[in-house]
Design a binder for this molecule. Structure first.
Ligand code: UD1
Ligand code: F6R
Length: 365
C-alpha cells in the first residue's frame, strides 16, 4: 500500500495535492462554498457569541492556523482550547457557544471527553474529522468530514492541511451573508482552487529538505519562529520534528523572541524563521536582523523571489515557497517542514511510521 514510497508518512506528505483536492471536491460551487453537513446549522452558528476550537496535538495546531481567518471572515470571536486543559480547568462553555472539535481519528479520548462536557453545557457541537462513523462524527450535532483519505503514519501530515482547508471553507460558509467581505471571500476561494497545484510545486523541495536535514542531523535542538498566520506553522513544524525525528524542537512566537528566547541564540543553534509575505513581513525582517546581529544560525522560509529581501548578503540558508492567499499560506509552509522532519528521522535512523512511545490514536486519558 506504500507503493513506491518507503514509509507511510512519506507517502502521505506527497499525497497532499490529491488529498487537498478530495477535501474540496463538490464543495466549491458557483463561486461559493457548499458544506452539506452544516447547511441547516449555519444560522445558529452565525448567531453564536463565540466559536471555541477544541483539539489535541496536530489537530489543535490546525485550528490555531484557522483562528485568524475564522475571526476575520465571520466577525465572531474565536477562543482556543487544548482538550485536556479545558477539562482540567472545567473552563466556561455556554449555550451561546459553537464548539468546534477537530480530530483526525475522531476517537481521541481527551477530545471526546471535552465533547461530552460541551454537550452537557448546551453548546452547539460541530465535528471536523477524517473518520466517517467515528465517535466524534456520531456524537456531534453536525460537522464536516475532511475526506483526506486514510492516514496511517502516526505523524499527522495530510490531515493537517485538509483540516485547515475545511476550516477555511467553514469560515467562508459562515461569512457568506456578509457583503463587505465578498471580494476577500472570492480571493480565498480562488486561492483554494489553486492550492493543490501549489502543493505539488512546494513538494519539489524534497531533495533540498533532505540536504538541509543532513546538515541538522547532529543538532540537539531546533527552534522555529513564526507569527500571525504562521505561528501555528512554527508549532506544527516543531511538533513533527520532536515526535518523529526525536529532536528537541520548539515553535515560538517571533514577537516573544526579545522576552526570553533571544538568550539561547548563538552560532550553533539552528533557527527556522518563517517570513513569507503577509502583513507581518517587515516585522519578520527585523527579527531576522536581530538574530543575525547575535550571529544566529538561520534557515529562512520566504516567498519565491524574496531570498535577497530576507538574507541581503546571502549568509542564510533560504527555503523559497510559492506564495498563496495569506490565510492559506500555512497549508503550503508546513509541507517543507514535514519533509524536513521526515528526512531528519530517516537520517537519524529512527522509526518513521511508529515513533517511540506514540500511538496513532490516543484513546486513553
Ligand atoms: C455527504 C456524504 C458524501 C456524499 C455527499 C453528497 C457521507 C459521510 N457523506 O457529504 O458521501 O458524496 O453528501 O452530497 O455520507 N457530521 C457530524 N459530525 C462530524 C462530521 C460530520 O455530525 O464530525 C455529519 C454532517 O453534519 C452530515 C454528515 O455527517 O450530516 C455527513 O457529513 P459530510 O460527509 O461532511 O457531508 P457532505 O460533504 O454533504
Ligand atoms: C501528531 C499527532 C498527534 C495527534 C493528536 C490528536 O502528529 O498525530 O498530535 O494530532 O493525538 O489526534 P486526532 O487528530 O486523531 O484527535
Amino acid at each position: 500500500k506504500k507503493g513506491s514510497y518507503d514509509h507511510f508518512m512519506q507517502k502521505e506528505i506527497h499525497e497532499q495535492p490529491h488529498s487537498l483536492t478530495t477535501t474540496m471536491r463538490g464543495r466549491l460551487k458557483d463561486g461559493g462554498v457548499l458544506l452539506g453537513g452544516l447547511k441547516e446549522h449555519l444560522k445558529t452558528i452565525r448567531r453564536s457569541r463565540r466559536v471555541v476550537f477544541i483539539g489535541c496535538g496536530t489537530s489543535y495546531n490546525a485550528a490555531l492556523a484557522a483562528r485568524t481567518f475564522v475571526e476575520e471572515l465571520t466577525g465572531i470571536p474565536v477562543t482556543m482550547e487544548v482538550a485536556s486543559d479545558l477539562l482540567d480547568r472545567q473552563g466556561p462553555i455556554y449555550r451561546e457557544d459553537t464548539a468546534v472539535f477537530v480530530s483526525q481519528s475522531g476517537e481521541t479520548a481527551d477530545t471526546l471527553l471535552a465533547l461530552d462536557y460541551a454537550l452537557e453545557n448546551g453548546a452547539l457541537c460541530v465535528g471536523i474529522t477524517n473518520t466517517v462513523g467515528s465517535t466524534l462524527s456520531r456524537r456531534t450535532h453536525c460537522g464536516i468530514h475532511i475526506n483526506a483519505g486514510c492516514e496511517i503514519g502516526v505523524a499527522s501530515t495530510k490531515a493537517y492541511t485538509s483540516q485547515i482547508v475545511v476550516m477555511a471553507m467553514l469560515a467562508l460558509a459562515i461569512g457568506s451573508d456578509q457583503i463587505s467581505t465578498q471580494p476577500r471571500r472570492e480571493a480565498i476561494i480562488s486561492g483554494l482552487s489553486s492550492l493543490p497545484g501549489h502543493a505539488s510545486e512546494v513538494l519539489k523541495l524534497d531533495s533540498e529538505m533532505k540536504e538541509l536535514a543532513s546538515s541538522l542531523i547532529d543538532s540537539e535542538s531546533l527552534l522555529v519562529f513564526g507569527r500571525g498566520y504562521n505561528y501555528a506553522t512554527a508549532l506544527e513544524g516543531a511538533l513533527k520534528v520532536k515526535e518523529v525525528a526525536l529532536m528537541h524542537s520548539e515553535g515560538m512566537f517571533a514577537g516573544e523572541m526579545k522576552h526570553g528566547p533571544l538568550a539561547l541564540v548563538d552560532e550553533n543553534l539552528p533557527i527556522i524563521v518563517i517570513a513569507t509575505r503577509d502583513a507581518c513581513f517587515s516585522k519578520q525582517q527585523s527579527v531576522i536582523q536581530q538574530l543575525l546581529s547575535r550571529k544566529g544560525r538561520l534557515i529562512i522560509m520566504c516567498s519565491k523571489g524574496d531570498a535577497s529581501a530576507v538574507s541581503p548578503n546571502g549568509s542564510c540558508r533560504v527555503i523559497e515557497v510559492p506564495q498563496v492567499a495569506d490565510c492559506l499560506q500555512p497549508v503550503i509552509n508546513i509541507i517543507p517542514l514535514q519533509l524536513l522532519a521526515y528526512h531528519l528521522t530517516v537520517l537519524r535512523g529512527f522509526d518513521v511510521d511508529q515513533p517511540r512511545n506514540l500511538a496513532k490514536s490516543v484513546t486513553t486519558q
